[in-house]
Write a protein that binds this ligand. Structure first.
Ligand SMILES: [Zn+2]
Ligand SMILES: [Zn+2]
Length: 370
């Protein structure tokens, strides 16, 4: 069957601009779905691959935070139908392995099997294989993904908001609820007020945390963090952050979340903990990164440091929960979409990520509505 020509932003060399090219997408195979892309968020992990601080085989189409409309389903697809508005997760889950049946689908042991396919998803004009980040490759007019990577969302959600549900919101809110089990007795510090951090702040507000301290370099982000639920804000460049946190919450916080992706901020998160506290590290770090913590603080204070990949989300259930909280106004996702670019303008979108007020920039395809 002939491949589907689609425009995509292709990374050919790390550090270089993405090039808008026509690439050729395979038809959906067994258990796969063809989705017309409506909105794709620019995530900091995309930036890692773009800069070369994390490796990916090139050429590649990046992008993994995406919403769109189902165009065609391959054989064996039974939950999704053409016309569905869908959001995509980078962690498809089989629903049958021990991790899935234990309620931890982000640890599914059969992810690579679900992504396996006889032919490459994407090839270029010359027939050379193009890698799709996370077997998604969202910076393209259309994608083909396994059915298990999709959740159906309501048509009342703007596509840009729906896209955010797929990565930063699932990760930030998920980490607070599933990863750290924050409750009303907890005191929380969130380091880094980008998409994941803002979602973690809102997750802490949803969980009823009694103090939520937002920490960031920029006043603009801290102002928004206050609107989204932070009870206290700290500008990390101006203060001795640890002593400032301890003066707000004597003894330290019960939960710290790192949403920057640097060993130093992970170490800072751990240093803010009260005895028995838990630091949850969310930001992806450059390959080979090491985190150093004080052993006596860990052991004698019963402290913990943990990962929560993709927030330990339970995608299919969480999307409905998050949608309800968005509809009721308890989860402000519109405020997190701070910019939008066309696919052709994607390099400007990555440049804009460095701006002080940027939370999430989104590539909007089509008219910006479903
Ligand atoms: Zn992401
Ligand atoms: Zn599984």
């Amino acid at each position: 069957m002939p491949r589907i020509p689609v425009k995509a932003a292709v990374l050919r060399e790390p550090g270089e601009q993405l090039a808008l090219e026509t690439v050729y997408l395979d038809e959906p195979g067994f258990g796969e779905v063809l989705v017309r892309t409506m909105a794709a968020g620019l995530c900091h992990s995309d930036l890692h691959y773009l800069k070369g601080t994390m490796g990916i085989s090139l050429p590649a189409v990046l992008g993994h935070e995406v919403a769109g409309v189902v165009e065609r389903c391959g054989p064996g697809v039974n939950r999704i139908t053409p016309g569905d508005r869908v959001v995509v997760t980078i962690t498809p889950s089989c629903g049958q392995c021990p991790a899935c049946v234990s309620g931890t689908p982000t640890r599914c042991s059969r992810v690579s099997q679900m992504r396996e396919r006889p032919e490459p998803l994407l090839v270029d004009e010359a027939g050379e294989t193009i890698t799709s980040l996370g077997s998604i490759g969202a910076f393209a007019e259309a994608i083909v993904v396994p059915e298990s990577a999709l959740a159906v969302v309501g048509a009342d959600l703007p596509p840009s908001v729906a896209a955010l549900l797929g990565c930063c919101v699932s990760t930030g809110v998920g980490a607070v609820i599933h990863g750290a089990h924050v409750g009303p007795n907890d005191t929380v510090a969130v380091i880094g007020c980008g998409g994941v951090g803002m979602a973690a702040i809102q997750g802490a507000r949803l969980s009823g945390a009694r103090r939520i301290i937002a920490i960031d370099l920029h006043d603009e982000k801290l102002a928004l963090a206050s609107r989204l639920g932070a009870t206290d804000v700290l500008r990390s460049s101006a203060d001795d952050v640890r002593s400032a946190v301890l003066s707000l919450v004597p003894g330290g916080v019960t939960h710290a979340f790192e949403a920057v992706g640097r060993p130093a901020t992970a170490e800072l998160a751990f240093s803010l903990l009260a005895s028995g506290g838990v630091a949850t590290i969310l930001g992806l770090m450059p390959s080979g990164s090491q985190i150093t913590i004080e052993a006596s603080e860990l052991i004698e204070g019963d402290r913990r440091m943990q990962g929560a990949y993709m927030g330990g989300n339970r995608f299919l259930a969480d999307i409905d929960t998050l949608t309800d909280h968005y509809r009721s106004g308890r989860l402000d996702l519109d405020a997190m979409v701070t910019g939008s670019v066309s696919l052709a303008g994607i390099n400007d979108g990555f440049t804009a990520m460095a701006s002080r007020s940027s939370i999430r920039n989104v590539v909007a395809l089509g008219e910006g509505t479903w």
